[in-house]
Design a protein around this ligand. Sequence first.
Ligand code: ADP
Ligand code: MG
Length: 251
Amino acid sequence: MLSDALLKVSGMNVSVEDKQILHDIDLTIQPGETHVLMGPNGAGKSTLGYALMGSPRYKVTGSLLLKGEEIVSLPADQRAKKGMFLSFQEPLEVPGLSLESFLRSAVSERTGVKVRPWEFRKQMKKVMDLLEISPEKAERGLNVGFSGGEKKKAEILQMLLFRPDIAILDETDSGLDVDAVHLVAEGIRTYQQEAGGALLIITHSTRILEPLRIDRTHIMVDGTLVREGDASLVARVNESGYDQFIPTKEA
Ligand code: ADP
Ligand code: MG
């Protein structure tokens, strides 16, 4: 059956080393929609991000449709090529591969077109200026010696150049100072408005969400999506925490 959904997850179970972490996940994201995923530490939010992206560490069953195509058995690089992007909670350092050449090959891989170095540099410089990333970072080994905030900004830079159909951002705002949160949020807003891309934003904070349009909010507890709502659910979590969504803690 044809479906308009960009991403349609049905009955997805995820385990690591024979331990089941996610249970019967259903999640539908339409093109251009922004979804927020919240939940206590250890709930399984990062696991969901990795499983969606196809990290080989996780055993995944169920269905995972991207633009109507079953991708549950595709490796991560194929999913990236088809338009998925994951910003890691803890970005890896890759000595010997410069940020610029990494991004250029990622963008070429995504578009199937070889990007000319000169043109790419110009395009990249524009986005680096927007995010206030200092120019010398382009030549440095990917994330090597970057501060926590710089790594997160580099992920947003990658997202803005890569222009995925859907970006999963895993606590991109954690460990950022006030100015960096603002810049990262503006970068995400640019992606939302100009690229029209969909987002799944994993976060504990509302600051990064302030400038963004939020379409749906999901709460995850113990590997299960327990509640779905609109943007007002974010405010409710911030006021009263997660206990209200944990069945055993209900009064
Ligand atoms: P969150 O991002 O919501 O804080 P995670 O997805 O990181 O939660 O983790 C969910 C649960 O799965 C935790 O209990 C964690 O210890 C476990 N887990 C995640 N990854 C692994 C792994 N590679 N091996 C063993 N357990 C894991
Ligand atoms: Mg996490």
